[in-house]
Design a protein around this ligand. Structure first.
Ligand SMILES: C[S@@+](CC[C@H](N)C(=O)[O-])C[C@H]1O[C@@H](n2cnc3c(N)ncnc32)[C@H](O)[C@@H]1O
Length: 237
């Protein structure tokens, strides 16, 4: 492991805004913060918004600055990336942003019923060959239902036409409420103050001339969600 990574891992241990549960603390058991984020971390009752697969946490940090009336938590498994966001939050004293180092598969152990109001998913791997690993697939939506408020909003920003169209079909075929779908936010002029926040991966994809898409929908707790029937071969990325 590189020296820089080791240094980041060491510094990560000092950040009050970064939680790094051990495997034993989330595997089949409730993490100590589950149901306690408002009281024990933020000290207020403002809505909590998650960014899943947040990488360096660009959205989490930027949203926290734009919306002081909400709390933001970025989740990712990579500590060296989370370091960037946690360092900024610590250095700038941003009170309404935090990070969790965890596999998203375990976040049902980290957040309790109704604890989260919205979810952002920013540039996830589209997992073209592995349906069950896709962050908007039925198994993941089932996980989110356990802690997202009923009808809570999920935002997906991606460079992947495959993932965008898969998710759009899933939303339509399962009769979820689609709020918005845009297949080229910059080309269509839709990239406003909120959607033009750029993550590291987004900058790379934009540099390659790839279109950036966005969609948002509501996840009802009662919804029974199944895989969509669609032409997955029509997209190669
Ligand atoms: C393509 S990167 C995007 C990072 C960031 N959102 C951006 O736009 O720059 C995907 C991120 O998801 C994280 N990730 C992928 N699968 C994950 C999982 N199962 N649990 C937690 N994080 C995961 C990776 O570590 C990586 O940082």
């Amino acid at each position: 492991m590189g020296k820089d990574k080791l240094r980041r891992f060491e510094e990560n241990k000092t950040f009050a805004c970064l939680y790094q549960p051990e495997f034993e603390e989330v595997f089949g058991v409730d993490y100590k913060m589950k149901g306690r984020w408002h009281i024990d971390h933020f000290g207020n009752k403002k809505p909590i918004v998650l960014e899943l697969g947040c990488g360096r946490g660009e959205y989490t940090v930027a949203l926290a600055g734009k919306y002081p009336d909400k709390n933001f938590i970025g989740v990712d498994i990579k500590g060296a990336r989370l370091w960037r966001g946690a360092k900024t939050v610590t250095a700038e004293g941003i009170p309404n942003a935090a990070f969790v180092r965890s596999r998203i598969e375990f976040i049902g152990s980290v957040f309790g019923t109704d604890e989260v109001s919205e979810i952002w998913i920013t540039f996830p791997d589209p997992q073209i060959k592995r349906d069950n690993k896709r962050m908007t697939s039925p198994p993941f939506l089932e996980r989110y239902k356990k802690f997202l408020v009923d009808g809570g909003i999920i935002h997906l920003k991606t460079d992947s036409a495959f993932l965008h169209n898969y998710t759009l079909e899933l939303v339509r075929q399962n009769n979820l409420e689609l709020i918005e779908a845009n297949d080229d936010i910059y080309g269509s002029g839709r990239a406003d103050d909120l959607l033009s926040i750029r993550t590291r991966y987004e900058s790379v994809f934009l540099g390659q001339g790839i279109k950036i898409t966005y969609l948002s929908f509501r996840l009802e707790r009662e919804a029974i969600i199944s895989e969509p029937v669609w032409d997955s071969d029509a997209y190669d990325r």
